[in-house]
Design a protein around this ligand. Sequence first.
Ligand SMILES: NC(=O)c1ccc[n+]([C@@H]2O[C@H](COP(=O)([O-])OP(=O)(O)OC[C@H]3O[C@@H](n4cnc5c(N)ncnc54)[C@H](O)[C@@H]3O)[C@@H](O)[C@H]2O)c1
Length: 359
Amino acid sequence: MQTNILVTGGAGFVGRNLVARLIKGNETKTIWVIDDLSTGISPHQWPELKLEAAGREGDIHIFQAKGTPGTIKFIKSDVLPVFLGELGNIPVTISFKLPKMDYVYHLASIVGGRVKIDGDPLSVGLDLAIDSVFFLWAAKVNRPDRILYASSSAAYPISLQEADKDIALREEMIDFEKGFAAPDFTYGWSKLTGEFLSRIAHRNYGLSAAVIRPFSGYGEWQEPVYPVPAIAMRAAAKYDPLYVWGTGEQCRDFVHIEDCITCMLLAIENIKDGSAVNIGSGVATSFLELATLMGDIAGYKPKVKGKAGMPVGVAKRYCDPEYTREKLGFYPTISLREGMTRVVEVAGKRIEIGVPIPE
Ligand SMILES: NC(=O)c1ccc[n+]([C@@H]2O[C@H](COP(=O)([O-])OP(=O)(O)OC[C@H]3O[C@@H](n4cnc5c(N)ncnc54)[C@H](O)[C@@H]3O)[C@@H](O)[C@H]2O)c1
């Protein structure tokens, strides 16, 4: 039987890695990708998956990956008019109706790193519209069998992530019955709201929804507006001093994208009630430590320095991975050194092809 899978925002970093994993295997499936390419990459240029154009049906661009029976149907569009059109709230803007989906991974979001989150919070607030329209469409029009909503560790209260605190963030620290403390700016509010909508979608509309809270996901071809690929490029170019933003003492819980995808696949199969799981290792690594590791991987010993005046976010954000382990049997398998070695290697390739080294 034909499986239909929709990945909104599927041309972004997480989406491309997800599609690359989903397309593997012998099962016949159609993976629908809707992405406006505001930050995503057009499918014929994906670094993670070589695709061949296989025709066009109106607004749908069809791609295939060699050696797999699956098909990717790419629609270059903002999700809002697509879903609002199918809901009947605005005139229909695309030339077809989406089939009933077996799986939907809702990843479309304005993210963009710290500069975007702190510098343009009302644009990021559009995520509230994207998520509310998505859940309405899912409940009233498409009724997919399973939904995964990409929340974020940014949904956790920032008061638990201060420099003098050492708290591993646990799923229960977001409790919709007991009330809230403020999450991380408009991005965090949108994710918290999206989580609430996931629960409502299950409780009031009978949908099966899973929520994930990835901590700092990184990988080879993540865009260099994010700190991991940016520092890796400076290390690959052997900058000395090798600088990181802020004091560099701020800590994150880094998790490789391959591990993130593994956890997402487990979550969508095993969680139905709109509840959330962390995706992280439970290890807090400072940016100073990260840059030192990258220097070592690049084969030199730079002086690692902080750079004042740059946006850095909260002081210490890392998870307690135990609930995810208990619920899904998941714990990351790719060590920080192994993952960062892959990133530094790609950073070198980026420099060779002329990608500017981020300041
Ligand atoms: N990468 C991480 O570590 C991480 C951590 C926590 C949460 N997340 C969440 O995972 C999801 C994917 O993140 P990512 O890192 O791949 O980000 P990304 O920016 O690479 O991908 C988001 C994609 O959504 C697309 N998009 C944005 N607005 C759209 C719209 N209105 N209609 C259609 N497409 C639209 C963009 O073009 C982009 O391709 C997001 O929801 C993000 O909040 C990611």
